[in-house]
Design a binder for this molecule. Sequence first.
Ligand SMILES: [Zn+2]
Length: 457
Amino acid sequence: MAATDGIGPIMSLMSSLSRHVFHPLWDLKDGSRRLRILRELERSQWLALETLKARQAERLSQILRYAAAHCAYYERIFRTHRFDPEHLRLPAFQELPLLTKANIRASTDEILSREFARSALGEHRTGGSTGVALTTYFDRDWREIRAADALRSDQWAGCFHGMKIAALWGNPPLPKTLKQRVRALLIDRFIYLDTIDLNERSIEDFIARWRRAKPEILFGHSHSLYMLARYVNAQGIRDLRPRGIISTSMMLLASEREVIELAFGCKVTDRYGSEEVALIACECERHQGLHLNIEHLYVEFLRPDGTQAAPGEEGAIVITDLINRGMPFIRYRIEDVGVPSERRCACGRGLPLMERVTGRVADYLKRRDGSMVAGVSLVERTLTAIPGLEQLQVVQPSLDDIVLKVVRAPDFSAATEQALLSEFRTVFGPGINIRAEYVAHIPQERSGKYRFSICRI
Ligand SMILES: [Zn+2]
């Protein structure tokens, strides 16, 4: 097997069993088409750009017609703007209003397709890339197709499903039920470092578990990878050697990439995606930019005046999801900034490139004992766990002071503030002044970047 799949002879027996036996069996049990779709995607990535663009145009036309026929929201928007999805013209499409997170919160019922019962849809509740709480929905086909997308881009980082993965994550999903435990043993083979609680002891413990488990892949938020890498470099640790590293969820700074690659002796693969529209773009093994997932998305980069940014120019990223019929996302303003590209990657894949994401920065907050807290994970966890919050930004002017800038949601109550303060006291310990400051909105920076947390120490 190793000879044909090109991943070398050292893939462990367990990884091989997981990939070739347990994964297919589990899919069979669940009636999932995920691995079949993956095989199609492994082929289609090599098609010519023109072929991929023609398919994309066809899928765009299909989802627009679908939304017009099944979603009250788009029916209305298209009618108001005299947009005819039966005769798709790109200039007319690019005149349609953007779908914002505020639109989604205000009109969820209207955006959802009448064809699906809400109970039949999967649900994401997320802090989102801008710290705004948002609930979105997806249908089953979407879940399977987008899971296959992730598996394909994992391969670009040398990661094949079934491999053991070391993941840096906030609130890692630890298995509880028997089914989850079996799945963790055979299918989702992870060891975790919880980035909500990053300190010397938790890192040492993680490294000890790493040495026992010998993960083949390291996966996590870019800045968390960087924090771990700095520790590893400072301690002169040189035996943590994954086959690949996948950096996700935030922009990866060039300086951080260098530190991470030094620490673990292999290349970092930068990936960009979000809960609500899944994988958007990912580097391949050549690391010459991020291949856009145009098989399942239509991606635009917009100037402040709404016109299309030129290659090399920063623009607000706007996504049309070509797959999700349960809750169509049409011209969704994801609130990230990125740079489109005209360059072609040397790998030969037809999928076009974007240069980079420039709009996600999260600062780490500091505890008195010197340990760090990933602001992004903390904000994400808080927004997801505590009802009544619309948006949250954590500002730390000094070691002893934390200011929580809060935009209240309609269901805000006194209990919200109590839960919020108590959550932060638990994380930062006693003796810290933590106060909530209520604001109408939390502005982005001039660059369009948004910060979950600002550490001024
Ligand atoms: Zn490439």
